[in-house]
Every structure is written in structure tokens, then in C-alpha cells.
Design a protein around this ligand. Structure first.
Ligand SMILES: NC(=O)c1ccc[n+]([C@@H]2O[C@H](COP(=O)([O-])OP(=O)(O)OC[C@H]3O[C@@H](n4cnc5c(N)ncnc54)[C@H](OP(=O)(O)O)[C@@H]3O)[C@@H](O)[C@H]2O)c1
Ligand SMILES: C[C@@H]1O[C@H](OP(=O)(O)OP(=O)(O)OC[C@H]2O[C@@H](n3cnc4c(=O)[nH]c(N)nc43)[C@H](O)[C@@H]2O)[C@@H](O)[C@H](O)[C@@H]1O
Length: 308
């Protein structure tokens, strides 16, 4: 990617898009093209086609999506399927029509079968049944991977797909119901601490295992792969380490300095028992994460406090 290249970051106000934006600025890219969802609704096919036709970006990071935690995915099942399919269909197809040199599509670790062997290798895609809570989102993401590959096969487009593990960081979503677990727990422990609440409710059994990557590390990996990866099929992005939700809870509780009790709410779903990424392919390409979980949680908490 030449420093003068015109680069469109779809979803630049989100956690991932804003991290990619910061990374590219830091690397000296000045010609960055961004639009909020109110300026350009990516669900609108004609608007997306017109935008690509007029602006002719050379590179695209597709980090715009309808995103949320386990309950949001399970509640807004139709919206997660429809909006994600629409956004990615329009952006990927318009990127082909307007002659984009390279596009990166961001998926998620939930594309793998619920009971796949661990760690999750890239070739476990479509080898089993998906987790029910996020099946619509996963189906959309799988369609995105296959769309990038099909446009490569039929039209020779250099469209790549990356699969990040669970993420957290600056500009995360801290909504009490719709967020992912890590930002949800930061909010819960912060509020419990300032209100002297005797206990905090944790969803599910606490036994599922999750892997967490700091969003700035993800942005670094995306930049690296945009320059060093030109293959079909997907590539995982993660740390290669995971922990139970219970251990994550204790870690966040300690970092925030909350001393009350934990109560596990079994009426809430556990979701996938484990989804640890196999990052051998990424490590072999020469990229590793830098921010470890305790440091990343402290940074995310500072960001949360500065906005709340
Ligand atoms: N968060 C995670 O744990 C995680 C894990 C794995 C993969 N990912 C992937 O990373 C990508 C970004 O996720 P994120 O966590 O950064 O999400 P996010 O913070 O919710 O940001 C999503 C962005 O998408 C944009 N967007 C949504 N609907 C749009 C529409 N109809 N038209 C135009 N823009 C629209 C929003 O733009 P506005 O702000 O302008 O409304 C928003 O900035 C997604 O593809 C997601 O699947 C995320
Ligand atoms: C990365 C994303 O991961 C998502 O799956 P997934 O890790 O289960 O999504 P999370 O919402 O992060 O939940 C992870 C685990 O944390 C538990 N958990 C405990 N307390 C809380 C809480 O207060 N809030 C939340 N949100 N969870 C909580 C939750 O029950 C689940 O077992 C998918 O739905 C998406 O499709 C996407 O792939």
C-alpha cells in the first residue's frame, strides 16, 4: 500500500475501524476516506455503488458491521443476518466493479463450528453445526468469506478475509445488554464500585473459555496482513491464549478494585464452550500480539472512565 494510496475504512468510528484509522495515520497515510453510517448507509446498494464510482478507493478495510455480544446476537437475529449480508454484499461487489486493488473483510471466530476441536484451525470452517446464539451473524460472515474467494476465483480480485478472536479496547461498546463480556464487566464492576453494590451479576455459568485481543493489536495485524497476505481462504488473528469467563471476571474485578461478591445467572446463555484460535499461520507470517490482557484491560478502563 503506497503512502499516497486512497484507502476507505468502512466503520471508522467503531472500535476496530477507529484502531485501523489510528494505525494508518501513524504509518503516514493521509488519503483516508471515511463516512459515518448517516452519511453513507452501507445497507443502501445504490448509495454504495455511487460512492465507489465517485471516490474510486484503491484499498478497502471492511470493518463496518452490525456487532454485539451474545444476547444482542440472539435477540436481533434477523437484523444481524440481514444488515451484515447487505453491508458486505454492497461493499464487496462495488469494490470489484470500481477496480479496488485490495480489500480486507473482517469476520469473527464464531464462524467455526460450536464443537470444533481446539485450537481452531482455519480449515475447520464448514465442518459442523454453528452455535445457535450467533448463527445468523456467523452465516453472514461465512457468506462474506466465500464472497471474497468467489470474486478472487471468477474476477481475479485480491480480496482477503481475516478472522479476529474476541476483541476489546478503545471505543468499545459498553451497553449493559448489547455489549460483549469484557466491556460489560468493566461497566458492571465500575458501577458496583461507585455505588457500593454488594454483588455483581455474571451471565451464564462462568465456565466458557474465551480469547481476547486488544483492538490496537488487531489493527496492527490488519495493516501487516494488508501488506503481506494475498491468499484465498481465511486467516485467524488472536493471541493463542484463553481463559474462563470466571477467571476473566476475577481479573477485571481485581484491576478495578471491586471487593463485593459474584453471582452467576444461569438464565443467561453460555454460548460456545470454547473458541481458541490456532494462530500458527499468522505467527509463521511473522506477526504476534503485543498487549497482554491485564495491560489491555487497564487501558480500556481508562478509556471507559474518560467517557463516562
Ligand atoms: N468486537 C469484537 O469483539 C469483534 C470480534 C471479532 C470480529 N469483529 C469484527 O470487527 C468488525 C468491527 O467490529 P467493531 O467491534 O469495531 O464494531 P463497532 O464498534 O460496533 O463498529 C461498527 C461500525 O460499523 C458501522 N456501521 C454499522 N452499520 C452500518 C451501516 N448500515 N452503514 C455504515 N456503517 C455501518 C458503524 O458506523 P457509525 O459509527 O458511523 O454508525 C460502526 O462504526 C466487524 O466486522 C466485526 O465482525 C469484532
Ligand atoms: C466476538 C463475538 O462474540 C460473541 O459471542 P460470545 O463470545 O459468546 O459473546 P460475549 O457476549 O462476549 O459473551 C461471552 C461469554 O461471557 C458471558 N458473560 C458473562 N457476563 C456477561 C455480561 O455481562 N455480558 C456479556 N455480553 N456476556 C457475559 C456470556 O454468557 C458468554 O458465556 C458473538 O455473539 C458474536 O457473534 C461475536 O463472534
Amino acid at each position: 500500500m503506497e503512502k499516497s494510496a486512497k484507502i476507505y475504512i468502512a466503520g471508522h468510528r467503531g472500535m476496530v475501524g477507529s484502531a485501523i484509522y489510528r494505525k494508518l495515520k501513524k504509518e503516514g497515510y493521509e488519503n483516508l476516506l471515511v463516512k459515518t453510517s448517516s452519511e453513507l448507509d452501507l445497507r443502501n446498494q445504490q448509495a454504495v455503488a455511487d460512492f465507489f464510482d465517485q471516490e474510486k478507493p484503491e484499498y478497502v478495510f471492511l470493518a463496518a458491521a452490525k456487532v454485539g455480544g451474545i444476547v444482542a446476537n440472539n435477540t436481533y437475529r434477523a437484523d444481524f443476518l440481514y444488515e451484515n449480508l447487505a453491508i458486505q454484499n454492497h461493499v464487496i461487489h462495488s469494490a470489484y466493479v470500481s477496480g479496488v486493488k485490495k480489500l480486507m473483510f473482517l469476520g469473527s471466530s464464531c464462524i467455526y463450528p460450536k464443537m470444533a476441536p481446539q485450537p481452531l484451525k482455519e480449515d475447520y470452517l464448514l465442518t459442523g453445526t454453528l452455535e445457535h446464539t450467533n448463527e445468523p451473524y456467523a452465516i453472514a460472515k461465512i457468506a462474506g468469506i466465500k464472497m471474497c474467494d468467489a470474486y478472487r476465483d471468477q474476477y481475479g480480485c485480491n480480496f482477503i478475509s481475516v478472522m479476529p478472536t474476541n476483541l476489546y479496547g478503545y471505543n468499545d461498546n459498553y451497553h449493559p445488554q448489547n455489549s460483549h463480556v469484557l466491556p460489560a464487566l468493566i461497566r458492571k464492576f465500575h458501577e458496583a464500585k461507585i455505588n457500593n453494590a454488594p454483588r455483581v451479576e455474571i451471565w451464564g455459568s462462568g465456565s466458557p473459555m474465551r480469547e481476547f485481543l486488544f483492538a490496537d493489536d488487531l489493527a496492527d495485524a490488519c495493516y501487516y496482513l494488508m501488506q503481506n497476505y494475498d491468499e484465498p481462504n481465511l486467516i485467524n488473528i488472536g493471541t493463542g491464549h484463553d481463559l474462563t469467563i470466571k477467571d476473566l471476571t476475577v481479573l477485571i474485578k481485581d484491576i478495578l478494585g471491586y471487593e463485593g461478591e459474584l453471582v452467576f445467572d444461569a438464565s443467561k446463555p453460555d454460548g460456545t464452550p470454547r473458541k481458541l484460535m490456532d494462530v500458527t499461520k499468522l505467527h509463521n507470517l511473522g506477526w504476534r500480539h503485543k498487549v497482554e490482557l491485564p495491560e489491555g484491560i487497564a487501558l480500556a478502563y481508562e478509556d471507559f472512565k474518560s467517557k463516562n
